[in-house]
Write a protein that binds this ligand. Structure first.
Ligand code: HEC
Length: 452
């Protein structure tokens, strides 16, 4: 991840195929899709990861079960400097089995290794130095002499060092995508500014029929419906794709009042600026059409956990993104496949290099909407407010505020028979005004926009 939060990715693209020992296939009626069994030593998760200052790119962490050990377990070391493909990364356990419970391993600049350690399930964690004995490391002596049974956790090395230089962000799009911007006469900087002003990001993939070779748990015989584009990893069932659908995490209040608070739940993308800017489609909510070349391009809300899935022509999901990814305002994210290849795709080829046609379609539509390049200070086009109401507070009627990313929506509404329906049934929308503003905008500069 860049220091400005763009280009979020796990370390060297590692995912469940590299880290888990078992997970189920996506469909159970296709013999091509098999359960995954890996050879990893990881318990439920990896925690307390630190980089070795003496060997940048080398990481120490704890493999711990979810419960019962207070996030302690075995020390895992991995070599994952930039450029090593995820499937070539080796995880090794440093300590011998059954030598107690480790937490917070820390490599020091002089090469020493220390860790918090408990001998047994009384879990008295004390800081100890580690020493190598043959292939394994074991605890040597305590580093402190404090008495009293308090845990000693989270050691840090205190050391003077020069202030690190700020790494340059990488604003460069790959040439293949850049070329489409050039051909369409869209200046990338102004486009990014537009995204930033609208609190949007742009995601692009070149060919979502190409999949990482390791993933035999989700379909990998994929074809774009009504086109000649297909990527087949084996004989057997072929899945047609026509759209890609985005889901955004909304904080939604629990259905019952006995459980207060909100939780992030996946909702089909309804962010009004994203929907209004995406090329129109008759497809399911939050979806965009895939290009005939297998490409996708979509505006999505920034600063919000997002996920997505490719869809068959009947709207049923086929391949699912398996994690939440968050994008920054103004970020343009170009991915090649579904998902990023460790090395090769399901046919043994390296990543696709086609210019993604869906990006061209999207830029065409965007230009029509925004009168070409001159987009500065234009508010995003808004879609009907009905798609934005995600959480109606039953207690209120009259004036309501819905906060939607950087946009505050003021809805004047009349609620009929409020007591009977707890404000949830009939809502007569009389007028809706939408203000688009960013933090720091003077009230006098806010532009109300009548949208309904
Ligand atoms: C619909 C197919 C699909 C598309 C398209 C896709 N991915 Fe993924 N992605 C996956 C799957 C499946 C995984 C899980 C892989 C695993 O856990 O081994 C994944 C994992 C990830 C991860 C975590 C693992 C890692 O590699 O860091 C990130 C981050 C991610 N995707 C980002 C993206 C971005 C950014 C794009 C392009 C905008 C993208 N994905 C496009 C299917 C997809």
């Amino acid at each position: 991840m860049n220091q400005d939060g763009t280009q979020q990715v796990t370390l060297n693209h590692m995912g469940r195929h590299e880290l888990l020992d078992f997970f189920e296939p996506r469909f159970n009626d296709d013999p091509n899709l098999v359960a995954f069994t890996g050879a990893t030593k990881i318990s439920d998760g990896l925690f307390q990861i630190t980089e070795n200052p003496a060997e940048p790119g080398q990481y120490l962490m704890i493999s711990s079960p979810e419960f019962t050990t207070h996030a302690s377990g075995d020390i895992i070391r991995m070599q994952a400097e930039p450029g090593i493909p995820a499937d070539a990364i080796v995880l090794e356990q440093l300590n011998a089995d059954n030598t107690g419970f480790y937490r917070h391993p820390l490599a020091l600049s002089n090469g020493d290794l220390i860790s918090s350690h408990a001998n047994d399930n009384q879990f008295l964690f004390l800081l100890k130095e580690l020493q190598q004995n043959g292939p394994n490391w074991s605890t040597n002596q305590r580093l402190t002499s404090l008495q009293g049974g308090l845990w000693e956790l989270s050691p840090v090395e205190v050391k003077t060092r020069p202030r690190p230089t700020v790494l340059p962000m990488d604003p460069q799009l790959p040439n293949i995508e850049k070329q489409i911007f050039n051909e369409e006469g869209v200046d990338i900087q102004s486009f990014k500014q537009y995204l930033e002003d609208s609190n949007l990001a742009l995601v692009v993939s070149r060919n979502v029929t190409t999949r990482d070779n390791a993933d035999r748990q989700q379909p990998f015989n994929l074809r774009i419906a009504d086109s000649t584009t297909q990527t087949l990893g084996s004989a057997g069932k072929i899945y047609d794709l026509s759209d890609i659908q985005f889901l955004q995490a909304d904080h939604i209040r629990s259905g019952t009042y006995s459980k207060p608070g909100r939780r992030p739940l996946a909702q089909f993308m309804h962010d009004s600026a994203a929907i209004a800017n995406n090329p129109p489609t008759n497809g399911p909510q939050g979806s965009v059409k895939l290009g005939n070349d297998g490409s996708m391009a979509a505006f999505i809300p920034a600063g919000r956990a997002m996920t997505w899935q490719t869809l068959a022509p009947d709207g049923s999901p086929v391949v699912r993104e398996r994690i939440w990814v968050t994008f920054q305002p103004g970020e343009i994210r170009a991915c090649t496949s579904c998902h990023g290849l460790n090395t090769v795709d399901q046919t043994g080829n390296f990543g696709p290099t086609n210019p993604p046609e869906a990006l061209r379609t999207l830029l065409h539509f965007w230009k029509q909407n925004n009168g070409g390049q001159n987009t500065e200070n234009k508010p995003p086009i808004v879609s009907p407010i009905t798609t934005n109401i995600i959480d109606v507070d039953p207690a209120s009627s009259g004036i309501q505020f819905y906060e939607e990313t950087s946009t505050l929506i003021l809805v004047l509404q009349m609620t009929l028979m409020e007591t009977l329906f707890h404000g949830s049934g009939f809502i007569l929308l009389m007028a809706a005004l939408k203000f688009h503003f960013h933090q720091g905008t003077e009230p006098s500069q806010m532009q109300p926009l009548l949208i309904r």
